[in-house]
Design a protein around this ligand. Structure first.
Ligand SMILES: [Zn+2]
Length: 217
């Protein structure tokens, strides 16, 4: 990808769930997610991606200490120039549904709730974001976007920039599906949501609408 389009910013999603047969984001031992073994592997994934040419690694797994672990692994491999965009506040959400279906990454047993945050506690979310910031994350990401506008707002106020927000598959799909049924104007609904995310304080927006937006801007 970098060879074909050198100017394109390529972000590597660092996680294990795409490569585990059980679909969990980490190593499973005795039915439990083994945090430190997972962090070790995440470091290796990040280094592999950086060597392949990604501009930015984005750990999405939510293991404890992964930002520091990945930073250490990258630095040790002479890749200290590669920044980390951490999924700092990734709340458990129904809006991940379409992606999981497409990626086949729904866990085969249990769910991700032991390592994904419940969306109900904003103070807890700020604590998680602070941990990632302290561990050396260069960009902090909040996900999903629309159901977490308040978290985006607070994170921007508390941690400054750069702050990213991820408009996830379900947020995209619900606009698409409603537009297909003639229930709303797709382009206007798209802009409205993107403006809201921006207004809340996001410096960067990750969205499936990106190709459309790039044409319109
Ligand atoms: Zn994962």
């Amino acid at each position: 990808m970098k060879r074909a389009v050198p100017d394109l910013l390529v972000v590597g999603d660092v996680c294990l769930c795409e490569y585990t047969d059980h679909g969990h984001c980490g190593v499973i031992q005795d039915g439990e997610v083994e945090n430190d073994a997972s962090v070790y592997l995440l470091g290796k994934v990040a280094v592999t991606q950086a060597r392949a040419g990604v501009d930015l690694v984005a750990p999405s797994d939510m293991m404890d200490g992964r930002v520091a672990g990945i930073r250490k692994a990258l630095d040790a491999a002479g890749l200290s120039r590669v920044p980390i965009m951490s999924y700092a506040a990734k709340t458990a959400s129904a809006f991940y549904g379409p992606f999981r279906e497409a990626a086949g990454s729904t866990p085969q047993f249990g769910d991700r709730q032991s390592y994904q945050m419940q969306g109900t506690n904003a103070d807890e979310a700020m604590k998680e974001i602070r941990l990632d910031a302290d561990e050396g994350a260069d960009i902090l990401l909040v996900k999903p976007a629309l159901p977490c506008l308040d978290l985006i707002r607070r994170a921007k106020a508390e941690f400054g920039s750069p702050l990213a927000a991820y408009q996830v598959s379900g947020e995209y799909a619900m606009i698409k599906a409603a537009a297909q049924r003639g229930m709303l104007d797709e382009t206007r609904a798209m802009w409205e949501t993107l403006y809201a995310i921006r207004r809340a304080g996001a410096d960067i927006i990750l969205t499936y609408f990106a190709p459309t937006v790039a044409e319109l801007l």
